[in-house]
Ligand binder design. Structure first.
Ligand code: ZN
Length: 91
């Protein structure tokens, strides 16, 4: 994630999520993982490695709970210009 993407992610999190962790209920600092992650999507009972959901990962520094947020819906990436090797589908 480049600096402008990171800044956009920080602004999005500040505007859209509660400052407390849903697992431990603490207000410990939340850490944005430096890289976008691409969880593979399932198609039926099989993993479709050709399709991914570009995501921003957020980690609670108290309990290590990891949450994923859609980089497309956050505006970090556009559907017309996703990261290589991804076929984002939000349906
Ligand atoms: Zn936590």
């Amino acid at each position: 994630m480049d600096e402008s993407q990171r800044k956009k992610a920080e602004e999005w999190f500040n505007a859209h999520i509660a400052p407390t962790c849903p697992s431990c209920q603490k207000s410990a600092p939340l850490q944005i993982v430096d890289r976008l992650v691409m969880p593979p999507l399932m198609r039926g009972n099989s993993v479709d490695f050709g399709s991914t959901l570009p995501s921003v990962a957020l980690v609670c520094t108290n309990c290590a709970h990891v949450r994923f947020f859609s980089a497309l819906l956050m505006g970090i990436l556009s559907a017309a210009n996703p990261e290589p090797n991804s076929e984002p589908k939000l349906g």
